[in-house]
Design a protein around this ligand. Sequence first.
Ligand code: GLV
Length: 325
Amino acid sequence: MTDKVLITQKIYDGAVCLLDEAGLPHHYNDSDETLAPEALRALVAEATALVCLLPNRIDTAVLDAAPHLKIIANVAVGYDNIDVTAATERGIVVTNTPDVLTETTADLAFALLLAIARRVVEADAYMRAGQYTRFELFPEMLGVDVYGKTLGIVGLGRIGTAVARRGALGFGMKVIYTANNRKEAAEETLGAQRVTFPELLAESDFISINVPLTPQTRHLFTLAEFRQMKPSAFIINTARGPIIKEADLVAALAQGLIRGAALDVFEEEPLMHPGLAQFRDRLIVTPHIGSASVETRQNMSLLAVRNVLAVLSGERPLTPVNRVQ
Ligand code: GLV
């Protein structure tokens, strides 16, 4: 069977050019609308490689419709949209796009942290509405300091460590973290301290979520966890929406259990819980733009296509997430 690549949604055209240069036929949905599941199942029947994005749910129904597939290249570091176990059973390589987006995503986490602490979004709206009429020492819009506060990182992996570095070295923050293993390098260079999850909840002024979505991390934050946080604390989520039970976050904000939240990801994307909209000053929301800089989205596209080229030419993938015989 001749190789054929299916690309489900618009990616960086320069990455698609690599397929042209390699003479690989492809079906490219050069659109911001992703393929509907039925269209995906129909088109994947002919494909030996699939380049997909987070809105594509690559489940057994898709895999059953794809008898020739050798590789699924997700243009994202997270791959909870893919049934990796089922792909592995079928001998299909799954790849993601780590590293190229680490610093960009950490930048957004920190941008959200600063913006929610210093009420930047709200202040912008206030200014545009002509509400700034005189300088006051204690205006209505007082924020809180970031410098010297305690930053709790849930998951000190690549992105979590990049967030911790910004906090420790840029803002003199005390960094505490939870992770499956001790991170000696971060402990030495950033003074990060590994703590238990309840300790992290109780001690952090800012919590940054940087774990993947797994059955263990789904609804890691519910009302019970918000109750253990400081009422002055903020939570920042640039990982995956379902790690926070959104209805419980609404309740926690309404009851004043925590001070605020800044979210780039949501439980039922592209929607957010309707109850969140009421919190104007204590909530910032962005539309899943963690890795959304021009350079990084280009590099993610290139890495995904390079994984395809490697696998289709019988080489090892650059960034596999499974091991296939
Ligand atoms: C984005 O959310 C990613 O996983 O890369």
